[in-house]
Design a protein around this ligand. Structure first.
Ligand SMILES: Nc1ncnc2c1ncn2[C@@H]1O[C@H](COP(=O)(O)OP(=O)(O)OP(=O)(O)O)[C@@H](O)[C@H]1O
Length: 618
């Protein structure tokens, strides 16, 4: 019999879970919040199902409330979540109890009446809204909205998401059907971050654990946050960008592709959705930023809000200015430079220690114009176009430097550094990438094994040697069961080449020493804590150096074999010639040789040379 949750009196927000009979009783107690979110299931009457999503069904229902002086019936929408494993139920209820008062305080988020349990399923009772942006699109010509409407809804939603983020929550399920419309035609966030509340919880539905969000709108890091993640604020930027594109064009991103195909396009091939031409330049710019593969290169909601507001002003002044054209691809993944959004996330202040910014895929610190300096003055705009005056040790006058060419160093660390946790622990990889360091020393780090950024103090970290794309790596000899599958060669771990580095330090590796056939096309992954760098100079002995050459390209061995065969043939021919020469002095050819010798004696050397091939035995 399915799990059942029963409310216990007198504290209504406490549950007892039991497996059918009293012997199997397990208690899950959820401490009630100061607001009382519990709704008695007997006061709810389900009417009909409005929709079915990955996480559960939405029902239209009636909520009966009565007291001595009133008796009311309200229409409500109920989200009945799919069954969760028992361990997950308590964690989910705790998280929900924490988020509920915050959501109620937010203007742009769907009003949550409370929580109940119907047929053993956690049921979230919400205000019923008459429709969604998705419904409005379905009713409109071409399934799309006009640019002024898109901008207006876009502003509503960016404001709501910003507010939601300010409470340290992510939505992770942004899509037009989740944008509800209120009585004033304002867009409201209809999803209060269900995928985020479910992060890391044991789920009974394998589809749910497979995709935490709606596949067509999911950011690359959202597919496997603990492997290719983590998820962060900018994960919502991707979903927002997809939703805006759909509102503008009427086409759902990756429409017609299966979940597996979308995964391959977004995560493996690093493809981006197409953006229509003819949009206001700020919108086009910000939208193309939404689809940067590395979320650190994407804009934040504040950047988006600013772009949408200024475009709305531009449209108000000239309504005919923008006509949408065909779609353009928003480009290949950007691995070689920092986006303007990346650079705008940290602004320099007077007194900051800085150094020249290194290229994203390089770790080289040599030849830096400013190996270390102090900001002594700020000039021009707040943005990255501005300049700063930097005092460098040994140089008399401060240097005038563009802000974007410098990075802030705080307590010896800078965003992008490779770090290791001083204290070993098993939950996640100890080696990761620093995402931010505040001036007070608090840090955020991406580690494999964690779905979100790790937050802590700089004193808990130590710097480690960085990895970069193009390096050859091999699993350390003491690693017997690596976190990810790895190739073997000659009975030991094979050497692979780093082709991509994820924001949590996870290394995507291929094996150029293996013939590119079948499985080798797939990228392998590696935990940076488990690998060591292999280089030609670090290989001891000729054999090891040769093996390393073999690892660099699969063609080395066949080429060497071909070269060997060619050399052997050449040597064979030469030896053959040498052996053949004395044969020619045998009796059979004696006459000819004698004749030639005679000619030589006559002083006709040229003829002697021409006569030799004729004498070669057949
Ligand atoms: N509070 C609400 N009032 C009215 N309609 C709602 C409400 N919440 C959701 N809906 C509508 O119900 C339908 C289903 O929503 P639901 O969020 O369950 O499904 P989904 O968005 O397809 O999937 P997911 O489970 O991934 O969120 C959508 O069309 C949505 O607009």
């Amino acid at each position: 019999m399915a799990n059942q949750l029963i409310s216990k009196q007198p504290t209504p927000f406490e549950f007892v879970i039991y497996e059918g009979d009293a012997d199997n009783m397990r208690t899950v107690v959820v401490t009630p919040n100061e607001t009382n979110p519990w709704i008695d299931p007997s006061s709810l009457k389900l009417r009909h199902r409005i929709g079915r999503g990955l996480f559960g069904d939405i029902w239209l229902a009636t909520h009966h409330r009565s007291a001595q002086d009133y008796d009311e019936y309200h229409e409500v929408a109920i989200k009945m979540l799919n069954l969760m494993k028992e361990d997950g139920v308590k964690a989910f209820l705790d998280r929900f109890a924490n988020i509920l008062p915050k959501c109620r305080a937010m203007k742009g988020v769907c009003w949550l009446h409370g929580i109940s349990v119907i047929d053993g399923k956690i049921s979230i009772v919400m205000k019923f809204y008459e429709g969604s942006v998705g419904d409005k699109m379905a009713r409109s010509k071409g399934g799309k909205l006009l640019l002024p409407d898109v901008l207006r809804y876009g502003i509503n939603l960016a404001q709501a998401i910003l507010e939601f983020h300010s409470h340290e929550n992510l939505v992770l399920n942004l899509k037009p059907s989740n944008f509800l419309l209120d009585e004033n035609d304002q867009a409201i966030l209809g999803d209060f971050g269900v995928p985020y509340l479910l992060l890391g919880l044991p789920l009974s539905n394998s589809d749910m654990s497979l995709t935490l969000g709606s596949p067509n709108y999911m950011a690359p890091e959202q597919w496997e946050p603990e492997v290719r993640g983590p998820v962060s604020w900018e994960s919502d930027t991707w979903g927002y960008g997809c939703s805006i594109l759909e509102m503008l064009t009427g086409d759902q991103p990756w429409c017609g592709r299966s979940v597996q195909q979308i995964y391959r396009s977004v995560v493996i091939n690093q493809e981006k959705p197409q953006i229509p031409g003819g949009l206001p330049p700020e919108i086009e710019n910000v939208l193309s930023g939404c689809f940067e593969f590395d979320f650190r290169n994407r804009p934040l909601m504040t950047d988006i809000l600013q772009a949408f507001k200024s475009s709305q002003d531009a449209i108000m002044n000239d309504e005919t200015a923008f006509t949408m054209r065909g779609k353009t691809n928003s480009g290949r993944p950007n691995q070689h430079c920092y986006s303007e959004w990346f650079l705008s996330k940290d602004s320099l202040q007077e007194g900051d220690t800085v150094r020249s910014r290194k290229a994203p895929i390089s770790s080289k610190l040599e030849n830096m114009l400013v190996p270390e300096g102090k900001v002594v003055g700020l000039e021009g705009s707040d943005g990255q176009d501005g300049y700063v005056l930097v005092k460098v040790h040994g140089i008399h006058d401060p240097l005038r430097m563009r802000k974007s060419t410098l990075e802030r160093v705080t307590h010896g660390f800078t965003a992008g550094d490779w770090v290791r946790l001083r204290e070993e622990q098993n939950q996640h990889s100890p080696v990761g990438i620093l995402h931010s360091i505040h001036r007070d020393g608090t840090v955020a780090v991406g580690f494999i094994g964690l779905e979100t950024l790790w937050k802590g103090q700089h004193s808990e970290l130590q710097m480690v040697k960085p990895y970069h794309v193009g390096q050859f790596v091999r699993l350390k000899a003491n690693v017997f069961s690596p976190r990810f599958e790895w190739e073997q060669k000659r009975g030991t771990w094979a050497t692979g080449k780093i082709i991509h580095i994820y924001p949590n330090g996870c290394l995507a590796v291929n094996f150029p020493g293996r013939f590119p056939f079948g499985k080798n096309h797939e990228r392998f992954l590696a935990d940076p804590a488990e690998v060591e760098v292999v280089s030609f100079s670090s290989c001891q002995g000729v054999l090891k150096k040769y093996h390393h050459l073999e690892d660099i390209h699969w063609a080395v061995r066949p080429l060497l074999v071909a070269l060997g065969l060619f050399t052997a043939m050449k040597v064979g021919l030469l030896v053959g010639k040498k052996i053949a020469k004395p044969k020619m002095t045998s009796e059979k050819y004696q006459g000819s040789i004698t004749a030639t010798d005679d000619q030589l004696t006559d002083g006709n050397a040229g003829k002697s040379q021409h006569s030799f091939p004729l004498l070669w035995p057949k």
